[in-house]
Design a protein around this ligand. Sequence first.
Ligand SMILES: [Zn+2]
Ligand SMILES: [Zn+2]
Length: 337
Amino acid sequence: MKAVMVNEPGAVRVVDLPDPDPGPDEVVVRVGACGICGTDVHIIDGEFPPTVYPIVIGHEFGGVVTAIGENVKGFSVGDRVGVDPTLNCGACYYCQRGMGNLCERWNAVGVGHHPGGFAEYVSVPERIVYPIPEEMSMKAAALIEPVSCVVRGFHRLQPQTGETYLIYGAGPMGLLNAQVARYNGASLVALIDINPSRLERARNEFGFEHVATNLDEFKEIAPRGFDNVIEATGVTKVAEAAIDAVKRRGKLLLFGVCPPGEKASYDAFKIYNEEISILGTMAVLNSYGPAIDILSSGAIDTERMVTDTFSIDQFPEALVRVRSGQGLKVQVAGTSA
Ligand SMILES: [Zn+2]
Ligand SMILES: [Zn+2]
């Protein structure tokens, strides 16, 4: 089969590998679509410490079951599925306390040391495979994982119906956060981005009328700030400035992945005096199933979210497209429809 292999930082190529056979507890999935994420770019560039090279990358995918191991009870050949890439150990301090996303032996399909979804076939443990509705497209199936990261963020925020949101970044993750906020009963969803064409798309294609290139433009609609501010750029300076948008007793969610080691500074008095919460959210925890349900409900505009689709052979071109920052979600189509 064809697969996208990163041998070491900077060395990514499409290679031929033997088709995987399922282990006793595994399910082989013929990939239908796999999304490219910022983390894939970090792995290719050698900026993601947990990765063990060489690795077949890709962690946002769905497909169709083509083989099952002898112990697999829940799936049959032909089932349409999504795969939660999380491979927490289940036995460490955090796993035993229900915090598997913070596992001390953290691993994930296509990210840690398990082959991923930029391949024709992937073999994964049954426990991370989820059935998806018959009518869900493979495009949508490959969006479950990024949506499940957003759902995890909302589980951290615990927003109330009727609250207001400001999202920094109108890229793919900013727009997914915005759509989940709307679905969650927001009274106002505003977006900030430095790129006017992204704001235009947020307004014209996704119907978010409150968009701006800086916070001052929201003085009128949100004079006291926002209940929930979601940082979805991964730029430390933005994570720092975002505190100015938080209303008293509001929350700032650091969703974007800022470079390790960089420092943001906050006015500690303001955090104290205004009862502000600053929250982190890490990947996926009990949020893959809800993400399937949210996508099934139609709350996410799948067709508009996926702007580019390439074949596995075209992976280098797909990567150029991602790095250009121009489209939204870029996917690699597999052989399952
Ligand atoms: Zn990702
Ligand atoms: Zn663990």
